[in-house]
Design a protein around this ligand. Structure first.
Ligand SMILES: Cc1cc2nc3c(=O)[nH]c(=O)nc-3n(C[C@H](O)[C@H](O)[C@H](O)COP(=O)(O)OP(=O)(O)OC[C@H]3O[C@@H](n4cnc5c(N)ncnc54)[C@H](O)[C@@H]3O)c2cc1C
Length: 480
C-alpha cells in the first residue's frame, strides 16, 4: 500500500506534534526545510513537509504513531552525510531528525559492549571507551560526524573494513519503532530465532526508526604499522593490492588514491609525493606486536616488486597520522578543484581492479568528465568521484549516464551496486539490473510485512512499482 496523504494530513500531524512537543521542536519554516532537503549526495533533493526533533524514544513512538494515524510518510535522519539520497523525505513526508538522541546509555566493559542512542556520532563511541583499551571498530571516513543510526541503516564500512568487517558484524542488538508505532527489541546476546538485528542493519530506514543500538566493542590493537607506497601507474598499484592479499597477508587497511586526488592534495594542502606518482597505496597492518614488523615488510616488498617509486613507513604515531592525512583529506581536496562531485560506490572482485579502473577512465573520457578515485582497494570497494558543475545541465546529465555505466561495469565484472553507501533513491532502479524479479519480490514482501502502510521512508531501495517517484530536471522531486 502507498501513502495518499494530503497537505491537510501533513498539517494535522505537524499541528498535533507542535501542541505536544512545543514549537521549537517542530518546524515547517521554508529556510529550515532547505537544510533537510538533501543529504551528502549531490544529484537529488526533496523538500519535506516538516522536521521534528524528538528527545526520547517515547517521542519517536508518538511521532510515528501520529504519522501512521494520518497516513503521512516519514523518514529518519541522522547526520545527513549519506551519499545515496536515503534521508530525503519524498512525497512531502516528515523528517524525524535524531541528532538530539545522542547519549551513550551504558558501557559494559567486561562484556565489551555499549548501548547507545542513534544520534551518537560513530567516533564518539570510540572516544568514550578508549581509556578502557577498547574501540568501536567500523570507521567510515565520515566518522567524526555520521551517526550510529545512519551507520546501522547503511551497514556502513570504512578503511578498516577489510580486516574488521562492516557494521552488521558489530551490532549486537537494536531497539526499533516500527511504522505503526510498535516498539520492539531485537537481537541481544544468545537469543534464538531469526536474526532480526542483522535484517534491520542495512535496511536503509525502511523497516522503522532505530532508537537504540547495542554495539560490540573491540580491543584496540596492540601495535599498528602504516606505510604509503607511490606508483607510476594505477595498474601497478592495483596489481600490488591483489598480490598483497594473494600473498596471504591480511592488512587492516589497503586504500588507494589516484593521480587526480594526488594532484588535488598537493594543490590544496601542500602535501608532497614523489614526482610521477599516479597512484598512492596506503597500507596498514595491526594486531599483536609480535610479527607485525615482518607483516608490513612483506607488504612493502610486494609493493616494490610491483614497481613502487617510493615507500614511506611511519616510525611513530605522528608519522602515522601524517600518512593518513592524505587519505582523510582526499575528499576535502576535491572540493578545491571542482564545484561538485558525485561519489559512486560499486564493488568488484579485487582481481578485476586494473580492468575496472581502466574502464572507469574510458567512461569518463567518453562523457568528457573528470573522475577522481579514492577508495577501499583491499575489499574491491570503488569510489569513483565524478567532478562536475551542477549549474551545467548538460554536464549533470553526463554525470548521471557515466555513473550508470560505471555501475553496469561493476555488475558485468561480477560485483555489486553498493559496498557501503546504500541504494537510497540514487540506485534503486539499478536494483532491477542486479536482482532477478523473484529476488526482488521476496524483498518487497518483507517490506510490506514490516511496513504495510508504506509510510516508512517510501520510494527508497526497491525499484519501480507503485513506489516509483518522478524526479524532475536537477533531481528535484516533482510533487503531484
Ligand atoms: C566525506 C564522506 C565520507 C564518507 N565515507 C564513508 C565511508 O568510509 N564508509 C561508509 O560506509 N560511508 C561513508 N560515507 C557515507 C555516510 O557517512 C554513511 O552512509 C553514514 O552511515 C550515514 O550516516 P548519517 O548519520 O549521516 O545518516 P543519514 O545520511 O542521516 O541517513 C542515511 C540513511 O539512514 C537512515 N537512518 C538514519 N538514522 C536512522 C535511524 N535511527 N533509524 C533508521 N534509519 C535511519 C536514513 O533514513 C537514511 O536512509 C561518507 C560520507 C561522506 C560525506
Amino acid at each position: 500500500m502507498e501513502s495518499m496523504s494530503t497537505t491537510h494530513d501533513r498539517s494535522a500531524v505537524l499541528a498535533a506534534l507542535t501542541a505536544r512537543l512545543g514549537a521549537e521542536r517542530v518546524t515547517s519554516d521554508v529556510a529550515d526545510l532547505l537544510v533537510y532537503a538533501s543529504d551528502g549526495s549531490t544529484l537529488h533533493d526533496a523538500t519535506p513537509a516538516g522536521v521534528v526533533f524528538p528527545e526520547s524514544t517515547a517521542e519517536v513512538v508518538d511521532i510515528v504513531t501520529t504519522c501512521a494515524a494520518h497516513g503521512v510518510p516519514f523518514v529518519a535522519r541522522g547526520s545527513g552525510t549519506g551519499l545515496s539520497g536515503g534521508a530525503m523525505a519524498l512525497d512531502g513526508g516528515i523528517v524525524v531528525a535524531l541528532n538530539r538522541l545522542r547519549r551513550i546509555l551504558d558501557v559494559d566493559v567486561p562484556n565489551r559492549c555499549a548501548r547507545v542512542q542513534p544520534g551518537v556520532a560513530n567516533l564518539a563511541i570510540s572516544r568514550a571507551v578508549e581509556h578502557h583499551g577498547l574501540h568501536y571498530a567500523p570507521d567510515p571516513s565520515s566518522q567524526a560526524v555520521c551517526s550510529i543510526g545512519g551507520n546501522v541503516a547503511h551497514n556502513s564500512g570504512g578503511p578498516h573494513t577489510l580486516k574488521n568487517g562492516v557494521t552488521v558484524n558489530h551490532v549486537l542488538g537494536l531497539q526499533i519503532v516500527l511504522s505503526d508505532g510498535t516498539l520492539v527489541d531485537v537481537g541481544g546476546p544468545e537469543r534464538p530465532g531469526y536474526d532480526l538485528a542483522a535484517l534491520i542493519t542495512g535496511s536503509e530506514g525502511t523497516f522503522g526508526i532505530v532508537t537504540e543500538v547495542t554495539v560490540k566493542l573491540s580491543p584496540l590493537p596492540e601495535g599498528v604499522r602504516t606505510a604509503i607506497a607511490a606508483f607510476a601507474t594505477i595498474d601497478d598499484a592495483s596489481h600490488a593490492v591483489t598480490s598483497v592479499i594473494a600473498g596471504g597477508l591480511m592488512p587492516a587497511a589497503l586504500e588507494m588514491l589516484d593521480r587526480v586526488v594526488v594532484a588535488a592534495l598537493e594543490a590544496a594542502f601542500g602535501l608532497t609525493f614523489p614526482p610521477g606518482a599516479a597512484a598512492l597505496l596506503l597500507l596498514e597492518c595491526d594486531g599483536p606486536e609480535d610479527g607485525l614488523d615482518d607483516e608490513i615488510s612483506r607488504a612493502v616488498d610486494i609493493c616494490r616488486e610491483h614497481g613502487a617509486l617510493e615507500v614511506r613507513l611511519a616510525r611513530d604515531d605522528n608519522e602515522r597520522a601524517a600518512l593518513w592525512t592524505a587519505r582523510k583529506k582526499a575528499f576535502g581536496a576535491l572540493g578545491r578543484i571542482a564545484r561538485n562531485y558525485c561519489t559512486q560506490d560499486g564493488v568488484i572482485p579485487r582481481t578485476k581492479l586494473p580492468e575496472m579502473l581502466r574502464r572507469v577512465g574510458e567512461i569518463a573520457d567518453r562523457h568528457r568528465l573528470r573522475v577522481a578515485n579514492v577508495f577501499h582497494a583491499g575489499d574491491g570497494n570503488l569510489h569513483p568521484c565524478i567532478l562536475f558543475d551542477d549549474r551545467d545541465a548538460d554536464e549533470r546529465a553526463r554525470v548521471v549516464s557515466a555513473g550508470r555505466e560505471i555501475l553496469d561495469v561493476c555488475l558485468e565484472l561480477g560485483g555489486s551496486l553498493s559496498g557501503e553507501h546504500g541504494i537510497g533513491i540514487e540506485k534503486r532502479e539499478a536494483m532491477a539490473r542486479m536482482f532477478a524479479e523473484d529476488d526482488l519480490a521476496v524483498m518487497r514482501a518483507l517490506r510490506e510485512a514490516l511496513d504495510p502502510l508504506g509510510l516508512c521512508n517510501p520510494h527508497k531501495v526497491l525499484p519501480g512499482g507503485s513506489r516509483c517517484v518522478e524526479l524532475g530536471p536537477g533531481g528535484k522531486q516533482v510533487h503531484a
